[in-house]
Ligand binder design. Structure first.
Ligand SMILES: NC(=O)c1ccc[n+]([C@@H]2O[C@H](COP(=O)([O-])OP(=O)(O)OC[C@H]3O[C@@H](n4cnc5c(N)ncnc54)[C@H](OP(=O)(O)O)[C@@H]3O)[C@@H](O)[C@H]2O)c1
Length: 249
């Protein structure tokens, strides 16, 4: 029987330097994992997170990469294997949001949104499927907007929507090695990612839709991802919507 624990495992966290990924890095380290902290632009945050992981008594390395570039995705996993000898867990928290009407969306915006939300997610899954040890765990980050009937987020929710199918296919294709694959699709989370495209009125509206009239907190989501990577290993091929009951108009 395989062990489903983070103790002495190696975790690659895409976007592992800050916000959701940053907290995952330190919480996984507290549970005994060694962490590959991927970052895109924020080297300082990555270095801070590496320090925080080491304070938990674990090891970490920071690796930069634009994950819309497939060679960068491969290099991330190469560096993980070279540094720690293998990878057991891969969580991809990278993403980008845009709130814009379809009639105003440019080709460049469409390409950028699908580049990070769909293409990068696909090739991260592919490389994880190639490089993870048997009984590994893969988690991608979606959004509860995937299940919403709302305006403005066509390239964000639409860009994340393929994750459901990538996840199901990968779960079937990697099942013979005991690797579970899931997507976690939170409601609006209280991080700097959420606010720039929202008005104060819309923030109030989003809050009003969740349990207790509040946004999703990182501390609500991290244990769910941790569960999928440990005792919750029997979940596979699923898209989970932890959102406190959030819906949209
Ligand atoms: N906050 C919310 O309301 C919310 C709700 C539901 C789901 N989510 C999802 O949860 C995940 C984490 O979000 P968060 O709130 O923790 O915000 P975040 O820290 O800003 O997460 C996004 C990450 O993606 C990285 N990224 C963007 N473009 C990239 C690229 N081309 N290559 C590599 N990395 C790239 C960002 O790095 P740079 O900043 O350096 O570009 C950042 O590390 C995202 O996938 C998001 O879609 C967020």
């Amino acid at each position: 029987m395989a062990e489903h624990t983070l103790q002495n495992k190696v975790a690659v966290i895409g976007g592992g330097e800050k916000n959701l990924g940053g907290l995952l890095s330190t919480e996984f380290a507290r549970a005994g994992a060694q962490i590959v902290v991927h970052y895109h632009n924020d080297r300082e945050a990555a270095e801070e997170t590496v320090r925080a992981v080491k304070e938990e008594g674990s090891q970490a390395v920071a690796v930069q990469g634009d994950l819309t570039e497939v060679p960068h995705v491969r290099r991330l996993f190469d560096q993980a294997v070279d540094t720690f000898g293998g990878v057991d867990v891969a969580v991809n928290t990278t993403g980008m949001v845009l709130r814009k009407p379809i009639l105003e969306t440019t080709e460049a915006e469409y390409d950028q949104m699908f580049g990070i939300n769909a293409k990068a997610a696909y090739f991260f899954l592919q490389e994880a499927g190639r490089r993870l040890n048997d009984h590994g765990k893969i988690v991608s980050l979606g959004t509860s907007l995937q299940a919403a009937f709302t305006d403005g987020y066509s390239t964000y929710a639409g860009g994340k929507a393929p994750l459901e199918h990538f996840t199901r296919a990968a779960a079937k294709e990697f099942a013979d090695r005991g690797i579970s694959v899931n997507t976690v699709a939170p409601g609006p989370m209280d991080t700097p990612f959420f606010y720039p495209q929202e008005t104060p009125e819309r923030v109030q509206f989003h809050k009003s839709q969740g349990l207790g009239g509040q946004l999703t907190q990182l501390e609500d989501i991290v244990p769910i991802i941790k569960h999928l990577c440990t005792d919750g290993w029997w979940f596979t091929g699923q898209t989970l919507f932890p959102n406190g009951g959030y819906t949209t108009r």
